[in-house]
Design a protein around this ligand. Structure first.
Ligand SMILES: Cc1ncc(C[n+]2csc(CCOP(=O)(O)OP(=O)(O)O)c2C)c(N)n1
Ligand SMILES: [Mg+2]
Length: 333
């Protein structure tokens, strides 16, 4: 058992509080038409932030789905920059700066899972240290990619942590229509790896589970499937109206278990946190956000930027397309 230290718990709460206020600001910007569709983080904060704190940004990798980026800033300020570029529709938002070990967010469900296993396999072959953590939802766990990647990871024994964020909804599909299995963790048995269900609203429990899976992976003992059981407290995305399908009493019950409030109360009771720290954390996160958003908004988009990073070297066809984008009239003549 590796419990997080008091300092680590405080740092996890800072990330959780910051991610939530930043997500609220983004939601408002979306309503003002300044950014595209996005997915709120409410209810996922402990599972994501505690996981990031149990990992080492210097050697471990994270493959997110689409709700994680704001709570992953421990892996580098560029994570926020890239996420905001993505939200304002800048092609650079989908590119991977080599020094930041967080892959771009993924919307095509579960496709990030084989990518994560492939990277971990490559790291093993090249004798590189570190583990790869891949986030995916309960909905993604029904995709073929999850089963193929899980099977391959089990056979190869690669250092991967499969981190299923089970928020009990996939848009309007409830968990009981997603799987007849008792838990998502149970599926690990078929891959030949350990699987455990963790209280995803409990930051310390999440830290502990990820730390243990990481230790196993680093010792060459292979992958682990961790199911973080929590509840989606917000809408699926800015395009969704969950009041049409989420039972009000179920949501109310889940709100009583809000992970951020739970950790805040725990730290206040132990004299490790107070209102002043909370307010200062929110203000600092918003200041950081506003500065990064300004940068994203004012970053020029070259007409051919959409073709950058498609391939290492432009093919003749790509070069022709690039010329066309840069000078549509010139290319016509
Ligand atoms: C391959 C694929 N199929 C369908 C969709 C449409 N879609 C977008 S989000 C979503 C639900 C995903 O649920 P889950 O994996 O539980 O993640 P959550 O949104 O709950 O965080 C679906 C079906 C998609 N993006 N990709
Ligand atoms: Mg879900």
């Amino acid at each position: 058992m590796a419990q997080p230290s008091d300092d680590q718990l405080r740092a996890i709460l800072v990330d959780m509080v910051g991610a939530r206020v930043q997500a609220r600001r983004l939601w408002n910007l979306q309503r003002q038409g300044q950014v595209g569709t996005l997915a709120p983080i409410d209810g996922h904060e402990a599972a994501i932030a505690a996981t990031a704190h149990a990992l080492d940004p210097e050697q471990d990798w994270i493959f997110p789905q689409y709700r994680e980026p704001l709570a992953l800033q421990r892996f580098g300020a560029e994570v926020l920059d890239r996420y905001l570029l993505y939200n304002v529709g800048h092609p650079a938002g989908s590119h991977l700066p080599p020094a930041v070990r967080v892959a771009p967010l993924q919307i095509s469900l579960a496709t990030q899972i084989p990518h994560a296993v492939g990277l971990a396999w490559g790291m093993t072959l090249q004798n590189q240290p570190g583990v790869v953590t891949v986030f995916f939802g309960d909905g993604s766990s029904s995709e073929g990619d999850f089963y193929e990647a899980g099977n391959l990871a089990g056979v190869l024994g690669v250092p991967v942590i499969f981190l299923c964020i089970n928020n009990q909804w996939a848009i309007s599909t409830p968990l009981h229509q997603q799987t007849a299995a008792e838990t998502i963790a149970a599926k690990a048995a078929a891959f030949g790896m350990p699987g455990l269900t963790v209280d995803g609203n409990d930051a310390a429990a999440m830290y502990d589970a990820v730390d243990e899976a990481r230790t196993r992976a680093l010792a060459g003992q292979g992958p682990t499937l961790i199911e973080a059981l929590l509840y989606r407290l917000g809408a699926h995305t800015t395009a969704d109206d969950p009041t049409r399908y989420v039972p009000a009493e179920e949501l109310e019950e889940a709100r009583r278990n809000d992970p951020t409030e739970r950790l805040r109360v725990h730290l206040v009771e132990r004299g490790l946190w107070d209102d002043e720290a909370h307010t200062a954390t929110e203000a600092a996160a918003l200041a950081r956000f506003d500065e990064a958003f300004d940068r994203a908004r004012t970053t020029p988009i070259a007409p051919d930027a959409v073709l950058d990073h498609c391939t290492t070297v432009d093919s003749q066809r790509l070069a022709r397309q690039r010329a066309l984008l840069l000078d549509p009239e010139g290319a016509e003549s």
